[in-house]
Ligand binder design. Sequence first.
Ligand SMILES: [Mg+2]
Length: 174
Amino acid sequence: MPIPTYYTTDVLQLTPEWLQQRGKSALLLDLDNTLLPRDTQQFSADVLAWVQQMKDACIKICLVSNNWHHRAQSAADELECALVAKAIKPLPPAFLMALRRLGVLRRDAVVVGDQFFTDCLGAALLGMTGVMVLPLAEHDLPHTLFLRNLERFVMGDRRPQPLGPPGWRLYSQR
Ligand SMILES: [Mg+2]
């Protein structure tokens, strides 16, 4: 399985149907620069509608964030979803805690995030499906910007792709 399993532009590419067709019932979501640009506190209307759409389809959601500030809790409060903060991704414990909170198994959930070395590597360490998205903002923490250079190296010529119909895999497109 490639790491990340899928590489696409943004979370809006994921639909309840896409998840359900793959037997997925839960999302473990990164916060910063995946759902919320790092330099704002305001979710876009699109992201709020997307979260609601997932909830309406009974897709369970847990934020898994390395962020240790109040920002993570207030985001989870606003979205009315579970949260595992101070996650130390890519280490497995936070992902396992998130799965327990939602009452699902590894194979039921998809990890979504904008960073290879935290979100996608974390998913891979647990054999989970990972979806990498482009960061919402260029602005990020210094160590993240450093990791982005390594990320460019490991991602090579892979480019974000629209998420297609069932059975369609980015890897088969190469
Ligand atoms: Mg992030």
